[in-house]
Design a protein. Structure first.
Length: 391
């Protein structure tokens, strides 16, 4: 079966590269993936796969029906949205939409979902159970997975596979990791309300800038002293606004940032911990505060058994030298984690690193991939799906 899957993927390679380049040159932002979804849905329908559009607002699902000998449904997720970045690759198929670019590889992810569907539908035999392809919008704003789930995309799903390109791994290779793969990513906004006054008489005022600086430094210091160092937390204040004139004590400061964590219990306790520190400082110096803590995507926690399944499939397909065991998680975020609250699953990294030019990171205006990785990703997904039914 592995040989048949590889042969099919290789024969489809020119078509898959054509699909990827079309999607790359016509990127659409989160929740605006109308043309991308319509194009991908047409490609999927041409494989004889039943398509249901309008799932997750601008997403859709495709269902490859099994022969009924296994009641399980395996889902494969592919995200479709691009980023608000002006492309600077000079590719012949570069973005034709000013200020929008597939700088995170979602054009590849969509192609992998389509390629896997093409291979599995052309094997000449139905899988024992159903394979459901989730073409998801709005991953970049961490909303699409929840939209898909709300519209029933995960109904009766027993397991789910996902993939993300990774430029630091060479093409024709994959990376796997059991347990935590990405971080929970939350948004934090803090407003410090003091009392204005003359800069020459600060004792008559409540200096919101000074108090805000105490909040920022105390939060950073407290992370290293009050949190388990084996359960890391990164808190970054990326924006701060306050003050009106050089000789006036500021009465109001607004700041916002991001909070990243890996351990579920730590993640659950972070809002109360942060607010306690802010409250104590403000109470001490006579200020008031408002805190708005918005939970984002939780940490991706890869299922042990399904990760082992993908690892084994990739080793059979490509050899152990091309399967990288990722030594540490990323503090980036992924809303694939939302699906893992509905069913066990795993996300693997697809190496797309090139040898003929510099490898720019994700979200860079010159990000580009080695397109040989497309066949690697399709075979790994398709063969993992085949092996899923052998469990």
């Amino acid at each position: 079966m592995l040989t048949r899957i590889k042969d099919l993927a290789e024969s489809l390679a020119p078509r898959l590269i054509e699909i990827r380049r079309h999607i790359h040159s016509h990127p659409e932002l989160s929740a605006q993936e109308y043309q991308t979804a319509a194009y991908a849905a047409r490609c999927l329908s041409s494989c004889g796969i039943q398509v249901q559009e309008g799932i997750g607002k601008t997403g859709f699902v495709g269902e490859l029906k099994g022969d009924g000998s296994d009641e399980r449904t395996l889902a494969i997720r592919a995200d479709m949205d691009a980023l608000p970045i002006q492309e600077r690759t000079n590719l012949e198929f570069a973005s034709q939409t000013p200020g929008v670019m597939h700088a995170c590889g979602h054009d590849v992810h969509t192609t992998l979902g389509l390629g896997t569907a093409m291979v599995l539908s052309q094997l000449g035999e139905s899988p024992p159970g159903n394979v459901r392809f989730l073409f998801q919008p709005a991953e970049e704003i961490a909303q699409g997975a929840s939209w898909m789930i709300q519209d029933g995309a995960m109904k009766d799903v027993s397991g789910i596979l996902g993939v993300h390109v990774f430029p630091s791994i060479p093409a024709r290779s994959v990376g796997v990791r059991k347990g935590a793969l990405t971080a929970a990513a939350d948004d934090l906004e803090i407003v410090i309300q003091g009392d204005s006054g003359h800069g020459a008489r600060p004792h008559e005022a409540v200096d919101a800038i000074w108090i805000a600086s105490l909040v920022v430094t105390t939060l950073q210091q407290a992370i290293s002293r009050t949190h388990n160092p084996l359960h890391p937390v990164v808190l970054t204040i990326g924006n701060i606004e306050g003050g009106q004139a050089a000789n006036v004590v500021a009465d109001r400061v607004r700041m916002s940032g991001t909070v990243r964590s890996l351990h579920p219990e730590t993640h659950a306790n972070l809002p109360a911990w942060i607010e306690k520190i802010i409250a104590n400082i403000c109470d001490t110096y006579g200020a008031s505060y408002e805190m708005n803590y918005q939970r984002g995507a939780p940490s991706v926690q890869n299922d042990f058994a399904l990760t082992q399944l993908v690892e084994g499939a990739a080793q059979e397909a490509w050899g152990s030298d091309h399967v990288h065991i990722l030594p540490e998680p990323s503090l980036g975020a992924e809303d694939f984690s939302g699906y893992l609250e509905e069913a066990p699953g795993t996300m693997f990294r697809l190496g797309v690193g090139r040898t003929d030019q510099p490898n720019y990171p994700l979200h860079h205006p010159q990000f580009e991939i080695d397109e040989a990785a497309i066949v690697t990703g399709v075979v790994t997904l398709a063969y993992s799906a085949y092996k899923y039914w052998q469990q």
